[in-house]
Design a binder for this molecule. Structure first.
Ligand code: ATP
Ligand code: MG
Length: 428
């Protein structure tokens, strides 16, 4: 198979082998003062983590942007990785020239010959003199740069309003940056800048997408997974570890809390009201997650629920389930269609893992006809009269095992690093 990456083409089909540098622009967090600089520092920290495997890269931060000097490192690979950094709105591959007219002209000529625009391409040069010490103003530079380029490429057609090819020439003290492409980044808020939430992570399609959407909104997430050993297998557990690892690519590292849920679930099966089991289980999950949130300093719980998708996600069910926690319950997918959720899961790289067929603790205990309209008073009463219920929940919290998952290494069980190992410390 043809390896397009090695030929210097991004996922969007753009050839960017020419780049000396990548210019990263920050996203929507147009906040003032302290917050802005905190946000920018967070993005820089995330970018530093991403460029770690590339020893020749040099980073520089300026107001509103980050410069990534490549020094021979592969531009395409880096763009693909940097596109996933939350808070980066766009990336431009840049050719760098010294801020000296003859060199600017020669670099822009070389650049155009690399781009090799087809005859008939509409074109414009947009110069910006940031360094006022440069002897030619912005408008004058438009002409000085464009004229020889148009002479060399008679097929180009000038269009100053909406050209297909706009060559930007940014003249700064020391260096001038010449670029045409604007590759979209993932945007959103820098990781963790909106606080921390616990993500209820099943092995399904939805909850990893809910987690990613939360992270994109600037939430740090810690994953909470409920398993029912021996009813659920080691493979099901490993699947959740692997899903967390995919999410950790966007975060640098993520905590995963594995909660033993067998005893709680079996307590419900003895009640004799099978149609209420799912409601009771979901509420138990929320109660346990709330206790973990308090312990970990998280201020919300995120789930992958989507309105009407299954019996436990009708409005009456969501109402009764949601009352089990006083924390804000965030449901990023609540109004999304399943097809759109699936698309997103493919894009973020969780889909192939999510569709592996291992049992989830909930599917095992699913009754034939789960209620779509649970009665809150009855549910409250069952929970209040269940012997030793709060002790059962406390015991599950107590027995919870916490792993720290990083993006590195292969996907084998031995690769799971325990909290004590202290990998990637700066991310926690
Ligand atoms: P998913 O694809 O995320 O499993 P789903 O459509 O299968 O979603 P449910 O199984 O009803 O939905 O679960 C609803 C939500 O409850 C999940 O999105 C997840 O947030 C949470 N959840 C379900 N099972 C578990 C589990 N075993 N551990 C942690 N959270 C869970
Ligand atoms: Mg599920």
């Amino acid at each position: 198979m043809r390896d397009i990456k090695s030929e210097g083409v991004t996922d969007e089909g753009k050839s960017i082998n020419y780049a000396d540098m990548l210019l990263l622009r920050f996203g929507e967090f147009m906040l003032k003062g302290k917050n802005r600089s905190r946000f920018e520092k967070t993005v820089l920290r995330h970018v530093k983590e991403i460029v770690k495997p590339y020893p020749n890269v040099v980073l520089a931060k300026e107001f509103g942007r980050i410069y990534v000097e490549l020094n021979g490192e592969p531009a395409v690979e880096m763009v693909e990785a940097l596109k996933n950094v939350f808070g980066i709105a766009s990336i431009s591959p840049v050719k760098v020239s010294q801020s000296e007219l003859a060199e600017i002209l020669s670099v822009s000529r070389d650049f155009l010959s690399i781009l090799a625009p087809a005859p008939g391409t509409t074109f414009k040069v947009k110069a910006r003199r940031v360094w006022k010490g440069f002897p030619h103003g912005s408008l004058e530079m438009n002409n000085l740069v464009a004229t020889p380029l148009l002479q060399g490429y008679p097929g180009l057609i000038v269009d100053v309003k909406s050209p297909q090819l706009e060559m930007k020439v940014e003249i700064r003290q020391g260096n001038t940056y010449i670029f045409c492409e604007n590759i979209a980044g993932i945007g959103g808020f820098p990781l963790g800048t909106n606080g921390k939430a616990m993500l209820l992570l099943s092995g399904g399609i939805d909850s990893p997408v809910a987690g990613w959407s939360s992270m994109r909104r600037g939430l740090e997430v810690e994953c909470v997974h409920f398993y029912s050993y021996p009813y659920t297998s080691e493979l099901a557990r490993q699947k959740v570890v692997d899903l967390t690892r995919v999410l950790s690519r966007y975060a640098g590292g993520i905590k995963l809390h594995l909660v033993p849920f067998t005893e709680v679930q079996t307590a419900f099966t003895g009640i004799g009201q099978d149609n209420l089991i799912i409601t009771l289980m979901r509420r138990a999950m929320l109660r346990i997650a709330t206790q973990l949130a308090e312990r970990e300093g998280a201020l919300a719980i995120v789930t992958g629920e989507s309105l009407g998708q299954v019996a436990s996600q009708t409005l009456p069910s969501l109402n009764v389930i949601g009352r089990a926690t006083a924390l804000p319950l965030l449901r990023p997918l609540i109004m999304m269609d399943k097809n759109d959720i699936i698309e997103l899961s493919k894009k973020i790289g969780t889909y192939d893992l999510s569709i592996l067929p291992y049992e989830d603790c909930c599917t095992l205990f699913v009754p034939k006809s789960p209620t779509t309209n649970p009665n809150l008073r009855i549910i409250d009463k069952i929970e209040a009269t269940l012997p030793g219920y709060s002790e059962l929940l406390a015991a599950a919290v107590e027995a919870t095992e916490t792993l720290r998952i990083t993006p590195y290494g292969n996907e084998l069980p031995k690769d799971v690093v325990s909290v004590q190992a202290g990998l990637q410390e700066e991310w926690f």
